[in-house]
Design a protein around this ligand. Structure first.
Ligand code: HXC
Length: 291
């Protein structure tokens, strides 16, 4: 089942209060066109999936339909045998200024809890191919959370990260209290979540939220380059590596090390492991077949 179907499955029991959102989702779910994102394949071999959030007038506010489309595009890239990594980016002014506040404004608890509001966002963290966020400008609230659902974050020099939900009388709802804390530690996460203050790209790099900072006009190209590098390795083994790293968030150290060792053993069952080691011994470049 594709990620899109999984995302759709999460939304099978809509509440009556969200018809506008659902009609956007239905539009997004049929046909190949997208209303809120641009989708492409990039890199010399066109092996990097590319998703650009495209609501610049509202600083890429993450409305229901946009996140549904992101889930669908990721689902398509997941089953595309040519794609070895995915880049998600926004615009120069904003990666995304958060979940769409106007869409959330009149929500009730009953609709939110009853309809499992935002469950379809999980598609981003559920995709098994490596995902790189290329962040320029504002990554606020759900925008920061979307970046943190990705596996690697590259930032442009003017990027700003923040969880300003407290200023709206709410709290982060898509991992902001969890992933941010794991990334930057308790003190800085608490400060950001409790004050709504933002950090800039350099502080984000120092505190471990982003792995590299680039000039604004280079961050997307660098993210694609990183995606190409990843896509040149075995897709099968990359998925295992991603699963093992992600287990570090979920498991105690002993369990995590055990899972890692078992997955390491499992790589010996792949053709790609044989090829990689043979290529080393024969002093040539490995050619992986993803099997
Ligand atoms: C809906 C938004 C938006 C948002 C900006 N806009 N952010 N619309 N939801 N999150 C819209 C504005 O309403 C405006 O459209 C247009 O984008 C430009 O924004 P301005 O405010 O005019 O720009 P500026 O003065 O430069 O201020 C930029 C800003 C401010 C500081 C980023 O827009 C802002 O504070 N936005 C909200 C940021 C935020 O609180 N994010 C967290 C959302 S809650 P119009 O048509 O009005 O001119 C969240 C919860 C996550 O993310 C929970 C789990 C997902």
């Amino acid at each position: 089942m594709s990620l899109f179907c999984n995302a759709a499955a999460l939304l099978l029991k809509p509440t009556r209060a969200v018809p506008a959102m659902l009609s956007a989702a239905r539009r997004a779910g049929t046909g190949g066109q997208y209303d809120y994102i641009l989708v492409d394949k990039r890199g010399e071999k066109r092996n990097v999936g590319f998703i650009q959030l495209n609501r610049p007038r509202v600083l890429n506010a993450l409305c229901f339909g946009l996140m549904w489309e992101v889930a669908r595009a990721l689902g398509d890239f997941q089953v595309d045998g040519d794609v070895g990594a995915v880049v998600i980016t926004g615009g120069e002014r904003a990666f995304a200024a958060g979940a769409d506040i106007k869409e959330m404004q009149n929500r009730t608890f009953q609709e939110s809890y009853g309809g499992n509001f935002l469950a379809h966002w999980n598609a981003v963290s559920a995709v098994r191919k490596p995902v790189i966020a290329a962040v320029n400008g504002l990554a606020l609230g759900g925008g920061c959370e979307l970046a943190m659902m990705c596996d690697i974050i590259y930032a442009g020099e003017k990027a700003q990260f923040g969880q300003p939900e407290i200023l709206l009388g709410t709290i982060p709802g898509a991992g902001g209290t969890q992933r941010l804390t794991r990334a930057v530690g308790k003190s800085l996460a608490m400060e950001m979540v409790l004050t709504g203050d933002q950090i800039d790209a350099r502080q984000a790099e120092r505190s471990g939220l982003v792995s590299k900072v680039f000039p604004v006009d280079q961050v997307v190209a660098e993210a694609i380059k990183c995606g190409e590098k990843i896509a040149g390795n075995s897709k099968l083994v990359s998925a295992m590596a991603k699963e093992a790293v992600n287990a570090a968030y979920e498991l105690a150290l002993a369990e995590g090390n055990r899972l890692e060792r078992r997955m390491f053993h499992a790589t010996f069952a792949t053709e790609d492991c044989k090829e990689g080691m043979a290529a080393f011994v024969q002093k040539r470049k490995a050619v992986f077949q993803d099997k």
